[in-house]
Design a protein around this ligand. Structure first.
Ligand code: HEC
Ligand code: HEC
Length: 269
């Protein structure tokens, strides 16, 4: 309902001007209007956050200092506006036009200084000019190492996703836009830690993204045959080997024991 209401109001408010022709102040003002309609119930009239009735948990956290990067990520992956508070804000169809997202992001960024949305050369290795094929490959290998140490614990090998405590989960990373991967690292949505530029430099982030894209690109990483098990990683794959392999051997041993001459003799006696 909030989405429908706001669509009815906002399109008339911004239809005549595209966001490029708006000044920053106009953008923020347009964003504030949208915010009051679809976000303020959870995040407060001024983005200060709303404490739930039990007095402990947040209906929606304060947005001061989360920056345009967080707003772009949350809105462009459809996570916000959240329909109802729950364990996790999942990906949904996007509720806003790009102009409206930009306006909302400008408003959120105006609350307090925070990380701004990254540019293409920050998140896309292919947008960096003058890199040789070898340098690109090196960057991907470096990104793979960084991914192993920083991301696999939750997102699994090859980024196939994984379960987290209390019914939460780390989603698979296949098909996520490069910009959104960068923004996820920069802003740490929900249970995910923040990887600030002091922890992972913009270059580190870019290489990690290049790695994620390379493992999902079957031309760059051909299937080597066999049963891939969706890149679940050594522990899960080891477990399957144990259950299927050793389990098969045990079953076979039972079968042999049940079919020897001796066991038949016992039955005769
Ligand atoms: C039903 C309540 C609800 C509504 C409506 C809602 N949000 Fe949220 N929002 C939340 C909750 C809860 C979180 C925290 C999610 C978490 O961390 O588990 C959140 C998180 C966020 C974050 C990330 C903050 C961070 O620390 O990175 C942004 C940005 C955001 N919301 C923007 C918006 C915008 C913009 C709208 C309106 C279009 C909106 N939200 C509507 C509940 C809501
Ligand atoms: C402690 C666990 C944890 C670690 C470590 C972690 N993440 Fe996450 N990540 C999550 C969770 C949980 C979510 C889901 C948050 C949400 O739904 O808002 C998430 C969401 C994401 C998303 C959004 C996916 C989508 O569908 O929109 C991306 C991209 C992402 N993570 C990338 C990374 C990268 C890259 C790293 C390593 C630098 C990393 N994550 C490290 C837990 C983690």
């Amino acid at each position: 309902m909030a989405g429908g209401l706001f669509a009815a109001f906002s399109s008339s408010a911004t239809a005549d001007k595209s966001s490029d022709s708006l000044t920053q102040a106009e953008k923020i003002e347009a964003g504030r209007k949208l915010f009051l309609l679809s976000c303020a119930t959870c995040h407060g009239q001024n983005g200060e956050g709303v404490v739930a009735e039990d007095g402990k948990s947040n209906l929606g956290p304060s947005l001061a200092g989360v920056g345009a990067a967080a707003a772009h990520f949350q809105l462009e992956t459809g996570r916000m506006p959240m329909v109802q508070t729950g364990k996790q804000a999942p990906r949904k169809p996007v509720a806003f036009t790009q102009d409206e997202v930009d306006a909302l992001a400008a408003y959120v960024a105006s609350l307090a200084p925070g990380p701004s949305a990254p540019t293409a050369t920050e998140y896309d290795l292919n947008a960096v000019k003058g890199l040789s094929a070898d340098e690109q490959r090196e960057a991907i290998v470096r990104g793979g190492k960084l991914f192993l140490t920083n991301c696999t614990a939750c997102h699994n090998f090859e980024g196939s996703g994984g379960a987290m405590p209390w019914g939460r989960y780390a989603p698979p990373l296949k098909g996520v836009a490069k910009q959104h991967i960068y923004e996820a690292m920069l802003t740490g949505p929900q249970q995910m830690p923040v990887f600030s530029n002091a922890v992972l430099t913009p270059e580190d982030k870019r290489d990690i993204i290049a790695y994620i894209y390379s493992v999902n690109d079957r031309e760059q990483t051909p299937a080597y045959g066999g049963f891939g098990m969706k890149g679940l990683g050594p522990v899960a794959e080891g477990l399957i080997a144990w259950l299927v392999g050793i389990g098969g051997l045990v079953a076979f041993a039972y079968w042999i024991a049940a079919h020897t001459a001796r066991s038949h003799k016992k039955e005769d006696a």
